[in-house]
Write a protein that binds this ligand. Structure first.
Ligand SMILES: Cc1ncc(COP(=O)(O)O)c(C=O)c1O
Length: 443
């Protein structure tokens, strides 16, 4: 369906969109949420679906009662919805429900080590810590570099695959950066990784909510082997995420988190583990999360992922153009060629601490943004050109003030008018730096 998103109309489909929040002057204003990269509010349809199904809420996979069987059906049906949404193979792939992307990657790392043994994992400099730290324990990890604009250095990927020829087991890469919004060429990376006998994992936390992802056929050299994402970044904030990938990895062996639900038969001596995906979902499953995720996917498909992408791209272009009007603005990453970015912009106002900008936006204008390093410290250090010596000084002195950026990230319901309000306030901050530094006592 080719259509244009009317964000003004969509707004009423978001829970809490008109909620007023307190300002520092004692008044109240409707909150503007530009922190969708961190988490999104729920959709009204998601909430409605939960309320509709809750009267039938019961235990999954465990009970014989009607409600239990119905709850199990909804839960299992959501796996199909997720698989279909990302183009997974319903025979070869499985969908494992997790709490979020972080848990999904930790599960994958443990399972990958069990099945594939030690070896090299190539991650990238632009990763969220969640797609870096879980790989450090069991694998030899190296990082694909980024260019002067912070984009993935594809030549470095080629170089490292050649350098470690035959030893790279996995390329673990963000679908899109949560700092600069760069969309990585995941299928091109997949093709190259496969040529070298490696598999590919895509951290889809910032990609799946914004662009239609297709894992592609297993026979296709551009096939994505493993993918993870979080429901709370796509309008279903009820503690659910997904790990999708080839069943073989999860067959046999010991579950990454053993416990109730992961077994068929247990004695004090032996355990007969369940089949995947059940062996990877220890404890009582999250039915409410599954309902929410299924409904948000249904909604996103209904409005069309391409429409959503185009809307967020227009917001991105408009915001970057307007940000450039601000005195002393520093925009990180390439702010001229922005075709390969999702709706995320990181910036600073010269001589204004990142946390002060974020605080002033919230307290003066009810505008919510994120500031800091967004759990991607090595990438932010790179973007800020922080020297080895400075990094060492931070490591030695925990109290030393941390460097960082200010981030805005769009959702499908954000409007150009909201961007205008942001720009207006940023201009005030930029022109009255000392006033704000004194008022908030941050420098
Ligand atoms: C690129 C990326 N990967 C992973 C994560 C971790 O997601 P979660 O906190 O849902 O586990 C985030 C969260 O911001 C992210 O942006």
């Amino acid at each position: 369906m080719k259509n244009h998103i009317n964000a003004y109309k969509l707004r009423k489909l978001i829970v809490g969109i008109d909620k007023k929040v307190p300002l520092i002057n004692g008044k109240e204003a409707v909150e503007i949420n530009f922190d969708n990269g961190a988490t999104t509010p729920p959709l009204v349809v998601v909430l409605k679906a939960i309320i509709k199904y809750l009267p039938y809420y019961s235990s999954i996979h465990r009970g014989a009662g009607y409600k239990s069987r119905f709850s199990t059906w909804i839960y299992e049906r959501t796996r199909e919805i997720v698989a279909d949404f990302v183009g997974a193979d319903s025979q070869k792939d499985i969908v494992i429900f997790t709490n979020n992307t972080t848990q999904a990657i930790n599960k994958l790392a443990k399972r990958f080590f069990q099945k594939e043994g030690k070896g090299i994992v190539l991650s990238t400099v632009m990763e969220h810590h969640s797609n870096d730290l879980p790989w450090r324990k069991e694998f030899d990890l190296d990082y694909i570099g980024v260019d002067q604009y912070g984009r993935l250095d594809f030549k470095d990927l080629e170089y490292k695959l050649e350098k470690y020829k035959g030893k790279v087991k996995l390329v673990a890469i963000a679908g899109a950066s949560n700092v600069t919004g760069y969309i990585n060429p995941i299928h091109k990376v997949a093709r190259l990784a496969h040529e070298y006998g490696a598999k590919i994992f895509v951290d889809g936390a910032q990609l799946v909510p914004h662009i239609l992802v297709d894992m592609k056929d297993h026979k296709d050299p551009e096939h994505i082997d493993f993918l993870a994402f979080s429901g709370h970044k796509m309008y279903a904030p009820f503690g659910v995420g997904a790990l999708i990938g080839h069943k073989y990895l999860f067959e046999g062996g010991i579950p990454s988190e053993p416990g109730g639900g992961t077994v068929k038969f247990v004695t004090h001596k032996d355990v007969l583990w369940n089949e995947p995906p059940l062996n990877e979902e220890a404890g009582s499953p999250n039915l409410v999360g599954a309902i929410a995720l299924g409904e948000s996917i249904r909604f996103l498909k209904h409005i069309g992922m391409e429409n959503l992408y185009q809307h967020e791209k227009k917001l991105l272009k408009y915001a970057i153009k307007r940000l450039k009007e601000i005195d002393d603005i520093i925009i990180y990453g390439d702010s001229f060629n922005i075709d390969d970015r999702v709706g995320i912009i990181s910036f600073n106002i010269k001589d204004v601490p990142h946390e002060l900008t974020a605080l002033a936006l919230a307290y003066e204008g009810a505008i919510s943004v994120r500031s800091g390093c967004f759990c991607a410290q090595p990438y932010v250090q790179k973007l800020l050109n922080i020297s080895e010596e400075e990094i060492e000084a931070y490591m030695k002195n925990e109290d030393k003030k941390r460097p960082g950026l200010v981030r805005i990230s769009f959702g499908l319901y954000n409007t150009f008018q909201e961007v205008d309000k942001l720009i207006r306030l940023l201009k005030v901050i930029s022109r009255n730096k000392n006033y704000f530094i004194n008022k908030y006592g941050i420098n």
